[in-house]
Design a protein around this ligand. Structure first.
Ligand SMILES: [Zn+2]
Ligand SMILES: [Zn+2]
Length: 260
């Protein structure tokens, strides 16, 4: 058996040699050490409310949002915006390496990359949220289902309906032993967010999501998962809908933050 297994690995590695998904160099893992070293965990010096990394010279005090002087723990963006989520955190800045991993996972369906993305999410979760009482995981649906007519809600999946985030949410759910609710649906077609200003993004996305089952989210602390935080408009809008549906606190978690 061992011989057969080694032969199988030999044939597989000869036909499909293991290469780094980012730079293409030969390596034993899905991403090589050199590329991984360019993906840096954000750590503590971030806005304690929205998770925005500090720019040069900024030092945010650590501490739970809501318990200390907000001027010292939150950034100018938070003081400007009325965010509906309680806290938001990301694993790393949206570097070209992380963009490449997310892009290949999302659009080329290289689903083996879910393992490294899960590792990023777990690291960030353990660091930022392990002390919080989080009871349910939700994620962002990407595709508008035109089967929704306002009467009955669609029960069936359309092809590849944000499968990439649902797969990650399901994996995170089994690691954390927190149920994945899958309760958010998109009910309105929206133009692409790219190229829109902050206010236009907000208007574009407003009321385009709906919570399928308010009873499930009512009174719960929820982890809202997505791949990238760009301006936070979508994540904030979904948080708003979850709050309207009765959710207690929303904790946003994304793999990366920012735009290239
Ligand atoms: Zn590489
Ligand atoms: Zn902030």
């Amino acid at each position: 058996m061992a011989l057969l297994s080694s032969l199988g690995h030999f044939i597989k590695d000869t036909i499909f040699p293991p290469i780094c998904a980012v730079c293409g160099s030969l390596c034993q893992d899905s991403v090589c050490k050199s590329c991984l070293s360019n993906i840096k965990f954000l750590g503590a010096n971030i806005c304690q409310r929205c998770g925005t990394p500090a720019s040069a010279g900024d030092i945010f005090q650590t501490g739970n949002y809501g318990t200390k002087d907000q001027q010292k723990i939150s950034c100018s963006l938070c003081r400007l915006e009325d965010f509906s989520f309680y806290m938001a955190r990301s694993f790393a800045i949206y570097s070209k390496e992380i963009a490449c991993i997310i892009h290949k996972y999302k659009y080329r369906q290289l689903y083996f990359l879910s393992d490294i993305l899960l590792y990023f999410l777990m690291t960030a979760y353990e660091y930022y949220y392990s002390g919080q009482k989080i009871e349910l995981i939700e994620t962002v649906p990407a595709i508008y289902k035109n089967t929704f007519t306002g009467g009955s809600l669609p029960e069936t999946e359309t092809e590849n309906d944000s499968g990439h985030m649902r797969l990650l949410a399901a994996k995170l759910s089994s690691c954390l032993k927190i149920p994945f609710g899958d309760d958010i649906i998109k009910i309105k077609k929206t133009s692409r967010q790219q190229g829109l200003g902050r206010t236009q993004r907000k208007l574009n996305i407003r009321n385009s999501f709906k919570v399928k089952n308010c009873i499930k989210v009512n009174g719960k602390n929820i982890l809202l998962l997505d791949d990238v935080w760009t301006t936070g408009s979508t994540l904030n809008e979904i948080s708003r809908q979850l709050k309207n549906a009765g959710a207690e606190k929303i904790y946003v978690l994304t793999v990366a933050r920012g735009a290239l």
